[in-house]
Design a protein around this ligand. Structure first.
Ligand SMILES: C[S@@+](CC[C@H](N)C(=O)[O-])C[C@H]1O[C@@H](n2cnc3c(N)ncnc32)[C@H](O)[C@@H]1O
Length: 216
């Protein structure tokens, strides 16, 4: 049998800590673009239902949404398809991931989807109405979290959907490489983000996080 999705990253354990990965990330290694295919495996969407996630995102009409750590666009593409009024920035630090996204026919048809490398994101400062971060928080170092918070409009919020370290799971990284919801709330507070838990998914916590001085 194939290894369980996202368990496979553990095969690379002996590669050591990735120099690309800065201080503060709970996951010791960055996501390996060679494993990108697992992000498009259909069974993922049984426990990460896009429609439910998009409903929780509550993107206002004609707003700007950043899918932070978009990978192959597994969520950015259906979001842009289902909401043509939105502008969806599909942001990643890995050109190899964005190349896979751009290669998808659905992505090529969408006028409201903009793939972007993190090196270009300064132009987006304080302009995102919503930020979506699926399976990304445990990979983000301190610098990345600061950058992410800086993208948010004062009234906006970030929807974090991440593997729950408190839940026994048949898939995903080990509990020690991810956060519990409570740990994530504490971590976000140190970046000036006030996070509140929303109803959890089977293996993931869901947090809505806004600026501490903002409405959420
Ligand atoms: C596990 S994948 C999740 C991809 C996508 N969100 C999904 O669920 O299908 C994590 C992604 O986050 C990206 N990533 C990690 N750290 C990042 C950072 N600091 N800035 C932007 N992207 C980052 C990785 O390159 C990878 O594509």
């Amino acid at each position: 049998m194939n290894a369980k999705p996202e368990d496979r990253e553990e095969r690379h354990r002996d590669r050591g800590v990735d120099a690309h990965h800065g201080h503060g990330a709970k996951q010791p290694r960055a996501f390996d673009p060679e494993r990108a295919a697992i992000l498009d495996e259909p069974e993922r969407f049984d426990y990460l239902p896009p429609a439910r996630i998009f409903a929780l995102l509550e993107a206002p009409a004609a707003s700007l949404v950043v899918d932070f750590g978009t990978g192959t666009g597994a969520f950015a593409i259906p979001l842009a398809e289902s909401r043509p009024d939105l502008t969806v920035i599909a942001l990643d630090r890995e050109e190899r991931m964005l190349a896979l996204l751009r290669g998808k026919p659905a992505a090529q048809r969408l006028d409201n989807l903009r793939p972007m490398l993190t090196g270009e994101m300064a132009a987006l400062a304080a302009s995102a109405d919503r930020i979506l971060a699926v399976n990304v928080l445990h990979e983000l170092d301190e610098e990345a979290l600061r950058q992410m918070a800086g993208l948010l409009k004062p009234q906006g919020f970030i929807l974090f959907v991440d593997w729950d370290g408190a839940v026994e799971r048949p898939v995903g990284p080990p509990g020690a490489h991810v956060y519990t919801a409570a740990e994530a709330v504490l971590r976000l507070a140190s970046f000036g983000l006030r996070a509140e838990p929303l109803a959890a998914l089977s293996y993931h916590f869901v947090l809505r996080a806004g600026r501490a001085e903002g409405p959420f």
